[in-house]
Design a protein around this ligand. Sequence first.
Ligand code: XIL
Length: 331
Amino acid sequence: SNSLRALASKVGLRVGTAVIPYDLDNAAYRRITASQFSSVTPGNEMKWETVEPTRGSYDWSAADRLVLFAKQHDQLVRGHVLLWHNQLPGWLTTGVQNGTIGNGQLRALLHKHVTDEVTHFKGKIWQWDVANEFFTDSNPSTVNPNDFWISHLGTGVIADAFRWAHAADPKALLFYNDYNIAGEDGSNAKSDAAYAFVKRLQAADVPIDGVGDQAHLDTQYGFPTKMTQDLQRFARLGLKVAITEADVRTFVNNATEQVPTDQLAISAHAYYYDQLLKACLAVRSCISFTVWGFGDKDSWVPGWFTGEGYAGIYDVHLQPKPAYTELQQDL
Ligand code: XIL
């Protein structure tokens, strides 16, 4: 077979995709998910707001569905995400804002969240994104002091989350995940900051196994050419690395058809995917290459970046794009 997953398995790489579990009701979507990918990540369904919509009552149903699908199709699961400032349940953020949840209680709630979630999926998760997006693009010298978690619980909360996750499932690989932490041209400050930070975690014996670069790219910014060397630098610390949320957006005519307004963007799009996968393939410790959804119809991009789209490797009709062929040829 020349599916992405079959080709990647020959070089020991997992090719993954983010999945919206309800989309698995669609036969074409389900077929592509099963046949092309050897790893899956729930796009939203393991986030705190989804798993604990009401304080004290869990809803694992959507995530469980995907975990079962993965098992049936011999796929490994990337768990996403335990500690992040976004997509927190309203009861939690409101409680913190109005003072009914103080910092001591917040810490206890987080400990319980991490422990209960990792325990629920124990033995079924290959890699966990334990902590996500703690550095800003504008001032990455330290973890963002204004981050929800850092401002309330201090920087040590990140190390704690890794320890709690490890205690609950000692076999899962634990990742620090962020965007623009590999490959940036110019100062490369954010990559440097993430590098220094994970090195400190290791020095403090924090159970961290890997670093994920999201790789949400945009053709208007140029390809981040230092990708290979930055991934390699993390790898030299003894860490695994992964591309965790790859997509390449560009300006399009409209959100429905997502036809690039610039014809050249079509080849740029394919080239970025090609270069991204090549960077991962060049680094022995790069264990997975995950796209953040494969079809343009299901992409988060049009909803988040005004006027942009065409970010995936399949078009809005689930037909493979030139980027798909590039990936196939790289493997
Ligand atoms: C996105 C989802 O794809 C969207 O459906 C949701 O509305 C917002 O979050 N970085 C991350 C992911 O780590 O969790 C985000 O996913 C995209 C950016």
